[in-house]
Design a binder for this molecule. Structure first.
Ligand SMILES: Cc1cc2nc3c(=O)[nH]c(=O)nc-3n(C[C@H](O)[C@H](O)[C@H](O)COP(=O)(O)OP(=O)(O)OC[C@H]3O[C@@H](n4cnc5c(N)ncnc54)[C@H](O)[C@@H]3O)c2cc1C
Length: 433
């Protein structure tokens, strides 16, 4: 428990929301913070697909949490899995059985993939929510190329057919990056392999890409992906995923050994073990001041929460929403302590954006959604993500080096990133599927 005069804040989740909350409270002698994350590091999700497609290394997007707060005595970082939370007593239980009691409890455990009960998807699809997920995708791609190089007949078995489910920003960005890897980079490595058989297919039940964007953005994303050789299967859903295939709702079966799942997300499992009512997407509904109705001192943030805003029932699941909400929640915790009254969250809307490939991005900037395409959108994407990175206290060196390489030398990858010897996944059992 806290010293008589300090407020003990327990934050579950060291993502954008949790880190921003802890940073705002760092150095405040009236507050003691315990930041709990299952990982020792913060992971920068917007750059996951760059790791998945061998543009960045995992260490480029992983930032040590203890190091982030090492100068602040009032922040304790604990690496532990939170297995449940009790909002009545504001207590978090850890996998070890230990409990931590808080004066203010901040739930910021993020999201998990939503497979929408698609048979086989949880077992065989490759989600993209963590550094491990991204490394697994990269390993699978490298292994598939290695196997196909050794036995070109495997191309007929779908060895070089890569399927992305989901036409939102994650799916579009992943498909674009995979297409550039598969069509522009790998042929240099496997000159003798008939990589012309390589395919990237994007599947979405909707009839447009980037549904949350404008009509011109839909058309732009379609044109840019097609220009990169991505085959679009719109208006159909994935109805079954297996180790060596995916079945679509129009009855077709695609032979493939890599189905990347960008098809939807829901709140992390802790939401169901928090004793709190779950709203849309399994997320916790909060009030405009980010607290949970009826639970004094309990906050839910970021991808874990439905944050109402103006006429909108909830803000989107974005890094900037999570980071700003984390900072705001900390402000409200301090205000509560001072008896000053909590304030409704004010979101500074940066807009929405997606990077489709080199020199191809789309951005709708600010709350008025000023639309940009191409290199200006790429610059906007860089600016917003550099700010998010800087907010976590991360060094921007790897990011700026990546941006420069990506823009000017897009087909270059360091040998290490493409080395199949670094692959550490189970070998693919060909012919047994
Ligand atoms: C592939 C991908 C690309 C994206 N691209 C963009 C983009 O370009 N721009 C943008 O603005 N947003 C993007 N997003 C969305 C953005 O990353 C999220 O909105 C943001 O990460 C949410 O922040 P958060 O703090 O709520 O959760 P997260 O960042 O997910 O952090 C949650 C933390 O909680 C920890 N945790 C979860 N459960 C437990 C538990 N039981 N015990 C202990 N720790 C736990 C996790 O380890 C994690 O560190 C992208 C997301 C993905 C998946």
């Amino acid at each position: 428990m806290s010293e008589p005069d300090t407020t003990h804040v327990v934050i579950v989740g060291g993502g954008f929301a949790g880190v921003a909350c802890a940073k705002r409270l760092a150095g405040d002698p009236s507050v003691r913070v315990t930041l709990v994350d299952r990982n020792e590091y913060h992971q920068f999700q917007p750059l996951l697909y760059q790791v998945a497609t061998a543009e960045l290394t995992p260490t480029d997007i992983r930032f040590d949490l203890a190091h982030m707060f090492h100068r602040h005595d009032n922040i304790e970082v604990r690496t532990a899995e939170a297995t449940s939370a009790d909002p009545q007593t504001r207590t978090v239980t850890l996998a070890s059985g230990a409990t931590i009691e808080a004066d203010a409890l901040v739930l910021a455990a993020g999201a998990q993939p939503n497979f929408f009960h698609t048979p086989g998807a949880d077992q065989f699809a490759f989600p993209l929510y963590s550094v491990e997920n991204a490394e697994r995708v990269r390993s699978q791609v490298l292994q598939l190329f290695q196997d196909a190089a050794a036995k070109p007949e495997l191309v007929e078995e779908g060895a070089l057919t890569f399927v992305v489910v989901g036409g939102g920003p994650t799916g579009v960005e992943t498909a674009g990056a995979l297409a550039e890897l598969v069509h522009d980079v790998m042929p240099h490595l496997y000159e003798h392999l008939a990589v012309s058989g390589a395919k990237v297919i994007l599947v979405d039940l909707g009839h447009v890409l980037l549904a949350g964007f404008s009509d011109t953005a839909h058309a732009y994303a379609t044109q840019q992906l097609q220009r990169r050789g991505v085959q679009l299967r719109l208006g159909v859903s994935a109805t079954e995923v297996g180790a060596d295939h995916v079945v679509l709702s129009d009855g077709t079966t695609i032979r493939t050994h890599l189905v990347v799942w960008g098809g939807g997300e829901m709140a992390a499992p802790l939401a169901a073990r928090s004793g709190l009512a779950q709203g849309r997407g399994g997320r916790i509904n909060v009030q405009p001041d980010l607290t949970v109705d009826g639970h004094q001192g309990v906050y839910a943030l970021g991808d874990f929460a439905n944050i109402p805003y103006g006429d909108e029932p909830a803000l989107p699941q974005l890094g900037s929403v999570a980071a700003q909400a984390g900072d705001w929640a900390a402000g409200n915790i301090i205000a509560d302590r001072l008896g000053a009254g909590r304030q409704p969250f004010h979101y500074r809307d940066k807009g929405i954006m997606a990077m489709i490939g080199r020199k191809a991005a789309v951005a709708e900037i600010g709350e008025h959604r000023h639309e940009m395409h191409g290199r200006f959108a790429f610059a906007a994407w860089l600016g917003v993500h550099a700010e998010l990175l800087a907010n976590t206290g991360a060094e921007l060196k790897a990011f700026t080096a990546w941006a420069e390489e990506f823009y000017f030398r897009p087909h270059h990858r360091s040998a290490n990133l493409l080395d199949p010897a670094t692959v550490d996944t189970p070998r693919i059992a060909w012919g047994s599927g």
